[in-house]
Structures are given as structure tokens and as C-alpha cells.
Write a protein of this length. Structure first.
Length: 207
């Protein structure tokens, strides 16, 4: 399972969401076609993706929903809590902190940081906004595994380097800066403006 393609990894959370929805309505077994229809792909792709995870399912029957949820969750590392910090506590950072879906999926936000003196020291959803000056110390002390970066663009590279230097190896980057970080630090870019432009493309051609 060391050579799972990136595109397959990107689809696994979608499959997991679909399986969870199937379980919620009492479906105990799904076949590749049913899962493909729920996930917006095709049956061959589902079978190929799941083949990277081992021998799963029964030919002619399908996949046990409960068992596949457990297996995919294990592959994604969701069987244990992940400690997360938000760096940049503006509107986006605050919205992400308030999103219950993170906690429901095992992502525990343990710290929030900002460099605005008017925010530092204030309560934030059960936490206290910490100063960015304490970033390295707090990330280490709290054993943070994932950092969500929502700083202004001008500060993104410097802050990301400090996050990496503190031993955090996974960063979700909501800035539009292409981060240059040491090998071994996984960066997941999330550019909302790009997604909106893609939607605009489709709208322009449907009108």
C-alpha cells in the first residue's frame, strides 16, 4: 500500500463520505457501480482505486459497507485523533474553527494563532488566541500534527517555514502562495478563487 497514486488518495475521502451516507440509510452492502454513482465516477475506477487497498469485497456481491468504512478510515489515518492548529485567525480561520465537520472526522483543533494584538489573548471557541511569536513553542508543546495556514499572503512563506521548523509535517495552505518547504513536509493547497473560476468557466458555457 506504499504506492497508492495521489489521485486515488484524493478519491478515498469521497468514497468514505458516500459509504457513511449509505450506512446512515441502512444500506449494508454496495457494489462498485452503486458506489461509483454516489461518488460521481465509474465502476472500473472504483474497483481500481480499492484494489490498491488490498483484497476487498466479494465478486458478484459487493463491499460490506461497515467493513469498508473501517478499512478506508484506517488507510486515511482516521482511526486516531489528529491535533490541528489554525495559523491566522481572521474570518476564514474563525469559520474553519467553527466547522463541526472537522471534529466529527477526528481533527481536533488544539490551538489558534494570530499576530493582531486585538485578537491575541481573546477567547476563541474554547481556546485562547495565541500570539504568532509563540508559534514554534506551542506547536511542539501541543504535539500539533497538521497546521491550517490562513495568514495574509505576505506572511505565508515565513510562517510556513516556522511551522515546518517546529516539526509539523502537514500543512493545509489556504493562501495563494506556492510554498517552498523542505522535503518531507506535505502541503495541500486550497485556493477558493481557483475553484470559483472553474465554476465560472462552466457557467459561461451554459448561458
Amino acid at each position: 500500500m506504499d504506492h497508492v497514486p495521489d489521485q486515488t488518495i484524493n478519491r478515498l475521502p469521497i468514497y468514505l463520505r458516500c459509504l457513511s451516507q449509505a450506512r446512515a440509510v441502512g444500506i449494508a452492502v454496495v457494489n462498485s457501480l452503486q458506489l461509483a454513482q454516489m461518488a460521481g465516477t465509474n465502476a472500473a475506477q472504483v474497483r481500481k482505486d480499492l484494489s490498491y487497498l488490498g483484497e476487498l469485497g466479494t465478486r458478484g456481491v459487493g463491499y460490506d459497507v461497515e467493513g469498508l468504512i473501517a478499512h478506508v478510515s484506517d488507510v486515511l489515518g482516521l482511526t486516531e485523533k489528529r491535533r490541528v492548529a489554525i495559523v491566522g485567525y481572521g474570518r476564514l480561520g474563525g469559520a474553519l474553527h467553527g466547522y463541526r465537520g472537522l471534529a466529527d472526522r477526528g481533527f481536533d483543533i488544539v490551538a489558534v494563532f494570530d499576530d493582531d494584538p486585538e485578537k491575541v489573548g481573546r477567547p476563541a471557541g474554547g481556546l485562547t488566541v495565541a500570539p504568532v511569536s509563540a508559534l514554534e513553542r506551542d506547536l511542539r508543546d501541543l504535539d500539533v500534527e497538521i497546521a491550517i495556514l490562513t495568514t495574509p499572503t505576505s506572511a505565508a512563506q515565513e510562517v510556513a517555514e516556522r511551522i515546518a521548523a517546529a516539526g509539523v509535517h502537514a500543512i493545509m495552505n489556504f493562501t495563494n502562495v506556492r510554498l517552498e518547504l523542505p522535503e518531507g513536509v506535505k502541503v495541500r493547497p486550497v485556493d477558493l478563487s481557483v475553484e470559483l473560476q472553474v465554476l465560472s468557466f462552466y457557467l459561461a458555457r451554459s448561458s
